[in-house]
Design a protein around this ligand. Structure first.
Ligand code: ZN
Length: 147
């Protein structure tokens, strides 16, 4: 069995390389998504970007309590609310670090789903927070970069 449960840690160069967009859904991409949900379950996380397990595709997943799980392929933030709030954030790649970060309360994202269909969705609350954290990962940014 392949070792999918190694979460890349903050000094790993792959976490700093901007992800490349996915041109279409393949069996490999579907397997990667399944692996990511397994890792998230094992680690009790609420969001995971592909580069955290060593893949540079622009793909992240969200699985937060009381929310429908989301798969975001090639996600882009197209709008930020002017209202912001501060919330404490942890990261599976930055162990023992918990940081208060100010981010917009709401965002609008454009992304593709498992069928490569494009969607635009407004996210608020915890989903907006997690999506911004995961899209940071896809751009090579970590919570330790925030002041
Ligand atoms: Zn993270």
């Amino acid at each position: 069995m392949k070792n999918i449960c190694t979460i890349r840690q903050q000094t790993d160069p792959i976490l700093r390389i901007p992800s490349h967009s996915i041109p279409g859904i393949t069996l490999e991409i579907k397997e990667l998504i399944m692996d990511m949900f397994i890792v998230l379950k094992f680690t009790k996380g609420i969001g995971l970007a592909a580069n955290q397990i060593g893949h540079s595709e622009a793909l992240c997943i969200i699985n937060a309590p009381e929310q429908i799980p989301m798969v975001l392929i090639n996600p882009k933030i197209t709008w930020y609310s002017s209202e912001t709030c501060i919330m404490g954030e942890g990261c599976l790649s930055c162990k023992k670090i918990y940081k208060n970060i100010r981010r917009p309360n709401a965002i609008r994202i454009k992304y593709r789903d498992l069928n490569y269909q494009e969607h635009t969705k407004k996210l608020t609350g915890i989903l907006a927070r997690i999506a911004q954290h995961e899209i940071d990962h896809l751009n090579g940014k970590l919570i330790i970069d925030y002041k």
